[in-house]
Design a protein around this ligand. Sequence first.
Ligand SMILES: [Zn+2]
Ligand SMILES: [Zn+2]
Ligand SMILES: [Zn+2]
Ligand SMILES: [Zn+2]
Ligand SMILES: [Zn+2]
Ligand SMILES: [Zn+2]
Ligand SMILES: [Zn+2]
Length: 498
Amino acid sequence: MKMKRRISLVRALYAASVCVLIALLALSSSLASYAATANVTVGSVSSANSDGYYAVTISVSDLSLKVKESIDIALSYNNLAFTIVKTEFSSSVKKYSSAGKSSDNPYHIKITAGTSTLKPSGKICTVYFEPIGLPAVGSYNIVTTATVSSGASVKVTSGSISVNCSHSYEMHSTVEPTCTSDGYTLERCTKCEGYRKTNKKDALGHDFKVKDTKAPDCTQNGYTVEECTRCSVHNIIEGEDALGHEFGLEDYKVIEPTCSKQGYTEYYCLRDGCDGVNRVDYTETTDHIGGEAVVTESTCQKHGNKQFYCIHCGILVKEERLELVPHDFEDTIVQPSCTSRGYTLRVCKVCDTVRRENPVEKLEHTYSSVTEREAGCVEEGRIKHICSCGDYYIESIPAVGHDYVKHSVIEPTHESDGLIKYVCSVCGGTYTETVKFDDGSSGSGDNSLDIESPGINSHLSGRATLILNVLLIITVFVAIGTVILLIKKTVSKLILDE
Ligand SMILES: [Zn+2]
Ligand SMILES: [Zn+2]
Ligand SMILES: [Zn+2]
Ligand SMILES: [Zn+2]
Ligand SMILES: [Zn+2]
Ligand SMILES: [Zn+2]
Ligand SMILES: [Zn+2]
């Protein structure tokens, strides 16, 4: 049991240490890739191509250039029997690269990262070497150094140019120099089929002749155009500076200001063919200027107006209101009657406005009288005065009173009173008068009544006397009432007549 436990413990420790080791390895490998050493490898070449050049490739790996960082690769050729002619960059680094001139020593190839990290990998360029004279058989090292601007380490593997053949050249072809490229004789080795250039002639340079000359004018400089007599390349030579305008003081025009534009004086360039203008003496903009009135005529209902718009900018400058035109009335005369006033009815033919003018007072009623009832002995008469319009008033005729005539007499005796009967000759109404018998005991003051009221017997009982007295008072009141009525009617008629 103890043994077994010890074995499992050893196994666990072993597993743990393996894990730690793996982790350390992973960490170290990631650190290693993070701080990689860039490699620059210069290739080797053994024979020239048909241009007579030895083409050597330069490659890089593990290179990472941050923004604006660069790698500088220097090729030293002092001790070589070769000189560098040109460098051709790979398309992937072309826009980040530059190369020194062939006369530089050492010759520099520089790659600079632009706006983002650049990781060139593989072949970055081809450098073309040209042999100086006729190099001896042997191997020529290309001495190379490389530095990165960040200070990161670079490992360089230098290349070489091997000359394996003691060449035996013979003439192959001749290239004449042009304006821009050299001429030479191309020879070919009969042993190794390599090439070389001899008998070099410098490029001729252009042979310019003046083709066109332009004198300066007011605004443009003068220039001369040259053209190469061999290759037609053009060259432009700057001439004299532009002359500037020559504004005269005589030839000018004053532009008046408007409401929207300043005024100014224009002077014109005197030089022939030039339309240069100089504007000076600016004047301030003016107020708006109203042009001819635009009239909208009035009607009898709506005011018309006159509008004045600015002759320059068209803005409404002023507006005048026009008076209304009078209505065009058609008149109809409406006559007055006893119930309504007369007037002139005016209706506008245009807008139908209606007016009533020239009022005339109502006419008086014209009454005709109709006796509705004749006055009786005790009843009032009634006359109705009526107008054709229906208006009327009633006139009362006072009662005329009875026309009593003594009809029969019964003489008093010593035992009984006498009786006189009166009858109205008009209506047949009656009343009787008692004549008291004289027994000598009477002598009451009621006699006055008896005198005024014929037929009232002093022998009548007290109750009859009371009734008679009441009747008398009523008669008096009726008489007074009738008189008041008469007065009232007379007064009202007087008022109506007025
Ligand atoms: Zn050869
Ligand atoms: Zn030319
Ligand atoms: Zn001008
Ligand atoms: Zn205006
Ligand atoms: Zn009208
Ligand atoms: Zn009337
Ligand atoms: Zn009567």
